[in-house]
Design a protein around this ligand. Structure first.
Ligand code: SF4
Length: 346
């Protein structure tokens, strides 16, 4: 009897000891990789991406403003602040990113052409191409505030302009919230398409596949517009942005199933430039920099900010970006992105 009790006690001590040891091993692993125990513990527990602490910011999406003139119901970068970094500070951050390995910058928002009537954006585009000599400088816009004057002044320094368009039916655009007053989204799109050709900027279309456009056939219009890329995203929920109590938008009613998304892709499979992005591909494969130049980690289905790269440097901040570098390459995040290499017939 005593022998059995002793063996059980001994076993219990061993189990406790092993448990304690593995906890400490986890702590050291987390501290080494993330420099922060609690956050690191969560990531180690999830067996999370080993690339997060070693990532190179090859392609960065800088959402320098959250302000927008549209009200898309699924918007996942909403107007939670009106802050925009002063121009010289923003340039400083961009230079730091270049020194850390950035090859492509994409300016986004909100609507990037709103702040200072597009002049702020123009100066950043010019700086990134002329001073930093980045191979690729691109912009994502809803297309409503772009002027021909902007193209005249800054078009030569811009490689790609992506315009968001989810539908070629104005009623659907209105249902989605893509519009302002009487402005016709499609007319704007056509105008911008012509300017891209005239000023030699590669033209791209971004569409969000959602409950209102999932049955639409866009083959004819996309062929006519002939973009270099047509990115089709599956509508994504992000807590605090377009889902949950604190969110400014509520996109739950816009969401579609993976099967419905596949049907949309199947209908457009003849379009060679179509690049599909499911929720799974999208969530962690973008390096997102917010208006304070903080990386946003979306791995938990919300946007958790790092410290600003201006305060802690790129290398420290990027550890908290949640960026999945492998998925970035897997989704084709690196492609021919300099207009000089695209051999376009303007
Ligand atoms: S245009 Fe873009 S930034 Fe503006 S509300 Fe729509 S999704 Fe959001």
């Amino acid at each position: 009897m005593y022998v059995v009790i002793c063996i059980r006690l001994l076993l219990q001590v061993c189990i406790d000891w092993v448990g304690e040891l593995s906890l400490w091993l986890m702590k050291f692993r987390a501290l080494g990789k993330y420099g922060n125990w609690e956050r690191g513990r969560q990531r180690v527990k999830r067996g999370e991406k080993s690339s997060a602490w070693a990532a190179t910011p090859t392609s960065v999406n800088y959402h320098f403003t959250r302000q927008c003139n549209y009200k898309c119901g699924f918007c996942f970068h909403t107007a939670k602040t009106s802050f925009v970094m002063p121009l010289e500070e923003a340039k400083k951050g961009l230079k730091m990113l270049k020194e850390a390995g950035m090859e492509k910058i994409n300016f986004s928002g909100g609507e990037p052409f709103l702040h200072n009537r597009g002049e702020f954006l123009g100066k950043l585009v010019q700086y990134c191409k002329q001073e930093l000599k980045l191979p690729s400088v691109s912009v994502v816009s809803n297309g409503s505030r772009i002027t021909e004057k902007w193209f005249k002044n800054y078009g030569k320094d811009l490689d790609i302009l992506a315009v968001s368009c989810d539908s070629f039916e104005e009623d659907t655009n209105r249902l989605i919230g893509r519009g302002q007053g009487n402005k016709n989204h499609i007319e704007n799109l056509l105008k911008v398409r012509t300017w891209c050709k005239d000023y030699k900027v590669a033209f791209k279309i971004n569409s969000v596949c959602n409950i209102f456009n999932v049955e639409e056939d866009m083959n004819e219009q996309i062929r006519m517009l002939n973009p270099v890329r047509w990115k089709v995203f599956q509508c994504l929920l992000i807590e605090g942005e377009n889902a949950g109590e604190e969110a400014l938008r509520h996109a739950e009613t816009f969401v579609i199933s993976s099967e419905a998304f596949q049907r949309f892709l199947e209908r457009h499979k003849e379009i060679k430039c179509l690049v599909p992005e499911s929720n799974e591909k999208m969530r962690d494969s973008y390096l997102i920099l917010d208006e304070y130049m903080r990386f946003l980690d979306c791995t938990q289905g919300r946007k958790d900010p790092s410290k600003s790269i201006l305060d802690v440097g790129v290398e420290d901040a990027i550890k908290f970006s949640g960026f999945d570098e492998k998925m970035f390459f897997k989704r084709g995040g690196k492609y021919v992105w300099s207009k000089a290499d695209m051999h376009l017939e303007w």
